[in-house]
Structure formats: structure tokens, C-alpha cells
Design a protein around this ligand. Structure first.
Ligand code: F6R
Length: 612
């Protein structure tokens, strides 16, 4: 949600910043802008629309070659996506340029104060108040930019990453963070600031994640981090383990297709080192095993696709561990006064580790005495740092806005954790057999991808459908929800996922001749579930629906009820989502392509949602 880049060093700062913004465009693409300092003056360009529009502007109207710059790609919150609301925002005296990710909750109060003192506002954004406040703070004799930013930050409420430059300090970039991410990239005689390491990975893999309420002063040869009171802060460096190819398309038309095809590897990487002699090993899990033995309830909290992974987790956790498990949308969690205590384990699932709704739910749960386990894909991000323990999914960087490989690895990770819990609590289940089944999943996803071609033709077939329905039972229900979410967000079509048994309680009224219904069929050997879904298929066919059936390769019962049949490998019911979701991901990506939409950057969305 908004991408931020800052650079100080010997290279062309404009080039470094624009290249960085290209890698951060997944975070928002409503507008883009850049500011540099030339001859003691802030010079900037900013344009509504995708980064390409700013690049064209820079071709026609280039910036001089400087060695300090900041840049921004925006996901609009306050004020529409137009040129004047684009960042950077400049102070009235033209000396300060500010870029921002997050929301300043008390901006109206601050804006009124500034208006009263005669400041003229150029935009409708909350960010602009910071530019003017900072300029005021810099007007004090001998003021230092970092001091000024610290004093301004103390007046702000909400979530913010701020990165600023000042015309009188051409070799300095200052950043601050509260609740939104900001990472420092440590180079040789050059340093970087960004919302995500992807922005500078081609220059350096050594990074420092800034902590809560910290300010960083970045010069070409130094990085100085303090808290908001100016006290030196402890930082720790880490090395980014993935390389530049992981953040590039590698020959695929879109990041999403690349990421879908990376799923077998993502599953294998997530399991790597966590299975030994058909047992689960979680050596780096920072939990006292007594805590895991004593919990009597689990609550999973997450948003969007990660929430769907949580819904699947509930089936696995309750079945394998017999611990009651609830799943709750993170955006609702803390507002309903949930019952929490030290016997309840919270699992927060998040690809980015920065989703504000999930972060706030996590903080709330810890305040109430519950322990929090994060399942996260992004090393060093805020949610794992603020949790009691973390299990990282090893999906690698996910650039496409629609989540695919992160989802599959979240599901794999909850299986791993649920089996670990069962092990720790002395379950009498045949854990070894289950672990073997989980280990086979990477190869099974590969099989689905090898036979995916016919799914692509389905998109052309149904591109004019006014609505697409997805139904499933048991873990097939969250898969139906996920299939519908993917289609909504990528192809802008009306799509709904239902528990198949619920159809008769209302949604079946939506069925009319020709409506495509995608059915996720449980394994044939799960005869009770299977029989039930066969009845549901007949109910929709009797009303004229076109059925697209996702079923196991040996399932010949459903064949006769299928207008279109998509085959997936056999696996136990609980593990089936790992294979059954793949055709739904491909269907949605293909539908977006057929309709001429941007697969990687769907409208109105951003990858990392750092506002509540
Ligand atoms: C949908 C999608 C979103 C995210 C949600 C949570 O394809 O990607 O629904 O799953 O915004 O994001 P994370 O997992 O980063 O917390």
C-alpha cells in the first residue's frame, strides 16, 4: 500500500529510484512521483496513473543527474488519484519534499491549525500536513532535518512511513516509521530506503528493518537510527536470501503466471528442513512446548486469501489435534470484544506481514494475554516481529497482487503446524503416514500444472457470463471462496463461493440456464461427502447451470454430470485444497487476460494493505 524508495550515493538517483519504484508498483499504482535536489532547490515530477506515465513525463521533462532522490507509487486513500494528490508533497517554501505510506488520523486537526496560520494547501491528502509542519520545524535556527522529523512524528497519530528531503541538505534522506514498513539497504558508499527489499535487491542484499517509532538518517557513507526522542536505537542486519530473478518475470507474460508455476517449488521449499524421518521438526519455533501442550483453543485471524487459508486450517487443526479452532476476519476481530486468555493460541496468517488489520488483531490478542504465532512469507516484517513465534512460508517474493503461491504455502504451513501440535500432544494418529502425504503435495501440484491447458479455454467460453458460482463442501468450501475471490479481483466479474449444502437455503435462486457453476468435488473415497456433492451438482444442473467439475482423476461418477471436467490428482480430503485451487487460479488469470485486464495489477487494489 504505497511504495517508497529513497537513495543517496554515486549512481544516478533518478534511475535507482525509478527502477526501485518499478519493483514496488505492486503496492499501489494510482500515481507515481519523484523528488531530487538540484542547485539548492527541490525539483519534482509527479503524475496520476501507473509508473509508465511518470517515466514518459521524465523523458520529455528530465531531471538533472543528482545523487539523492526519493520516489513514491501511490494507492490512494485521502484524495482521488490525480496529479496534485500524487506524492511527493512540497512545503509552501518549496524546501521540503515528503512521501508517505499510511494514514495520518489526526490530519484534519493539523490541517485546520495550518490553515489558520495561513498555509495554502495544494492537495486533498493527509500527507501534505507533514510537508508544512516539517517546514515550520526547519525554520527554527540550526534545525536539523532528523530532529524536525522526530518532532513532527510525535504530533502524528495513525500509521505512517515518511521519507523526506530538504533543499538545504542535498546529501541526506530522512525516514520515519510507525506501523508501516521501512527497510534500509546497506550498500558500499551508497544507501537505500524502501518499503520492501525488492526495490534495492539488485544493488545490495544487506538490510535493516526499522523498528516501530524509529527515525533513520541516510547518507552515502552512514546510516543512523534513533527513536522518536533521538536516542540511538539498536538495529540488526540481515541478508536477503532470494535473488533478483525471483523478483522478475523470467519469461512469463505476468508475475501471476510465474508465481502459479512456482507453486511446486514453493511447497517443497516450505517443507524443506521441517520433515525428518516422517516427523515434523520445527527447531526454530520459539515456543515452550508446555505452552503448546496447555492451550485449549486456537483462533486464526487473517484477511482475504490468507483468511481462506485459515478456514482450511480449521478443518485440519480440529481433525488432527481435537483442539477447538475458530477463524476470524482480522478486520472484525478486535472490535467485537473477543474472549481471550493465555490458554488461547492466536495464529495470524499474512503473506506480507504488514496487513494493518492483521497486525492490529495480533497486538490486541497479545494485550489480552494470548500468545500469537505468525505464519508469514516476509522475513523481518512487522507481524512476525510482534508475535511470540513465527513459522515462515518459503514462497519467495510474491509480486502479483493476487496471492497464489503464498496461499498454497500458508495451507502447507498450517498442515505442518497442526501435525506438529498433534505430535507434541501425543496424538495416537498415524502421523508418519500423514507427513508422507503432505510431502507428496509438491509433486501433485506439478501434475496439475502439467495438465492445465484445457482450463485456459474455459475462460474464452465463459467470458460473457454475468455471474460465476463456486461450490464446495468441507475444505472445498474455502477453496470455492478463494476461486470466487480470484475471479472478482482479476476479471471484475460477479462471483460467489458457497458451501454446497447452503445452496438450497437461498443461493440456488441465482441459478438460471447457462450460469457457470464450478464444483470442487471431494475425493471419491470420501463417500459421504462425495454423495452429497453429487446431489448438489444435480440440483444446479436441473435448473440449467453449466457445470465445471474439478474432480480427482479416478472419479468416474461425476463425469456424467460435468459439462466440463478438470482433473486433479488423488489425495486425502484435508489436503485436496493444495491441488484443487490451482485450476481456479489459472481460470481467473486467463479470464483477466481474455478480457484485456492487467493480471498483475488489478484495479483499485494493492498488494500490502497497510491501512485499516
Ligand atoms: C487476494 C489477496 C488478498 C490478501 C490479503 C491479506 O488475492 O492477495 O486478499 O490475501 O490482503 O494479505 P496478507 O497475506 O499480506 O496479510
Amino acid at each position: 500500500m504505497c511504495g517508497i524508495v529513497g537513495y543517496v550515493g554515486p549512481q544516478s538517483a533518478t534511475k535507482v529510484v525509478i527502477d526501485g519504484l518499478r519493483r514496488l508498483e505492486y503496492r499501489g499504482y494510482d500515481s507515481a512521483g519523484i523528488a531530487t535536489i538540484q542547485d539548492g532547490l527541490i525539483t519534482f515530477r509527479k503524475r496520476a496513473g501507473k509508473l509508465g506515465i511518470l517515466e514518459s513525463e521524465l523523458e520529455q521533462n528530465p531531471l538533472l543527474n543528482t545523487h539523492t532522490a526519493i520516489g513514491h507509487t501511490r494507492w490512494a486513500t485521502h484524495g482521488g488519484p490525480n496529479d496534485s494528490n500524487a506524492h511527493p508533497h512540497i512545503s509552501a517554501d518549496g524546501k521540503v519534499a515528503v512521501i508517505h505510506n499510511g494514514i495520518i488520523e489526526n490530519f484534519t486537526e493539523l490541517k485546520n491549525e495550518l490553515l489558520k496560520s495561513g498555509v495554502d494547501f495544494q492537495s486533498e491528502t493527509d500527507t501534505e500536513v507533514v510537508a508544512h509542519l516539517l517546514s515550520e520545524a526547519m525554520n527554527v535556527k540550526d534545525a536539523e532535518l532528523a530532529d524536525a522529523l522526530r518532532s513532527v512524528c510525535k504530533r502524528l497519530r495513525g500509521a505512517f512511513t515518511l521519507v523526506v528531503v530538504h533543499a538545504d541538505h542535498p546529501d541526506l534522506v530522512v525516514g520515519a516509521r510507525r506501523n508501516s514498513p521501512l527497510v534500509v539497504g546497506l550498500g558500499t558508499a551508497e544507501n537505500f530506503l524502501a518499503s520492501d527489499v525488492a526495490a534495492f535487491i539488485e544493488h545490495t542484499r544487506t538490510a535493516i528493518e526499522l523498528g516501530q517509532d524509529q527515525v533513520v538518517e541516510l547518507r552515502a557513507d552512514s546510516v543512523h537510527v534513533t527513536d522518536f526522542d533521538g536516542n540511538a536505537a539498536q538495529t540488526s542486519q540481515y541478508e536477503v536470501t532470494w535473488d533478483i530473478q525471483a523478483a522478475e518475470k523470467s519469461g512469463y507474460d505476468t508475475f501471476m503466471l510465474k508465481e502459479i508455476n512456482e507453486q511446486p517449488k514453493a511447497v517443497a521449499d516450505t517443507l524443506l528442513g521441517r520433515i525428518r524421518d516422517n516427523h515434523i521438526v520445527l527447531d526454530d519455533l520459539k515456543f515452550d512446548l508446555d505452552v503448546l501442550k496447555s492451550i485449549d483453543k486456537i483462533i486464526i485471524t487473517a484477511c482475504g486469501t490468507a483468511y481462506h487459508a485459515g478456514l482450511i486450517a480449521k478443518y485440519a487443526i480440529e481433525h488432527w489435534t481435537r483442539i477447538p479452532c475458530e477463524v476470524e476476519l482480522a478486520s472484525e476481530f478486535r472490535y467485537r470484544d473477543p474472549v481471550l486468555n493465555e490458554k488461547i493460541l492466536i495464529i495470524a496468517i499474512s503473506q506480507s506481514g504488514e496487513t494493518m488489520d492483521t497486525l492490529m488483531a495480533t497486538r490486541y490478542a497479545r494485550e489480552q494475554g494470548s500468545k500469537v504465532l505468525a505464519i508469514c512469507n516476509t522475513q523481518g516484517s512487522t507481524i512476525p516481529r510482534e508475535s511470540d513465534a513465527v513459522i515462515y512460508t518459503h514462497a519467495g517474493p510474491e509480486i502479483a497482487v493476487a496471492s497464489t503461491k503464498a496461499f498454497i504455502t500458508q495451507v502447507i504451513t498450517v498442515y505442518v503446524f497442526a501435525l506438529f501440535l498433534a505430535q507434541v500432544r501425543g496424538s495416537s494418529m498415524d502421523i508418519e503416514a500423514l507427513v508422507r502425504e503432505v510431502s507428496d503435495m509438491s509433486a501433485k501440484v506439478d501434475v496439475v500444472l502439467d495438465t492445465i491447458e484445457p482450463v485456459k479455454q474455459l475462460a474464452e467460453q465463459f467470458k460473457d457470463a454475468s455471474s460465476v458460482l463456486f461450490i464446495g463442501r468441507h475444505v472445498g468450501f474455502p477453496v470455492a471462496l478463494e476461486g470466487a475471490l480470484k475471479l472478482k479481483e482479476l476479471a471484475y466479474m460477479h462471483a460467489e463461493g458457497f458451501a454446497a449444502g447452503e445452496l438450497k437455503h437461498g443461493p440456488i435462486a441465482l441459478i438460471e440456464p447457462g450460469v457457470p457453476v464450478i464444483v470442487i468435488v471431494p475425493p471419491a473415497k470420501d463417500s459421504v461427502l462425495h454423495e452429497k456433492i453429487v446431489s448438489n451438482i444435480q440440483e444446479v444442473r436441473a435448473r440449467g447451470a453449466k457445470t465445471i467439475i474439478v474432480a480427482e482423476e479416478n472419479d468416474d461418477i461425476v463425469e456424467q454430470f460435468a459439462d466440463y471436467l478438470i482433473r486433479i490428482p488423488q489425495c486425502p480430503t484435508l489436503l485436496q485444497p493444495v491441488v484443487s485451487v490451482v485450476p481456479l487460479q489459472v481460470f481467473a488469470a486467463e479470464m483477466a487476460t481474455v478480457k484485456g485486464y492487467d493480471v498483475d495489477q488489478p484495479r483499485n487494489l494493492a498488494k500490502s494493505v497497510t491501512v485499516e
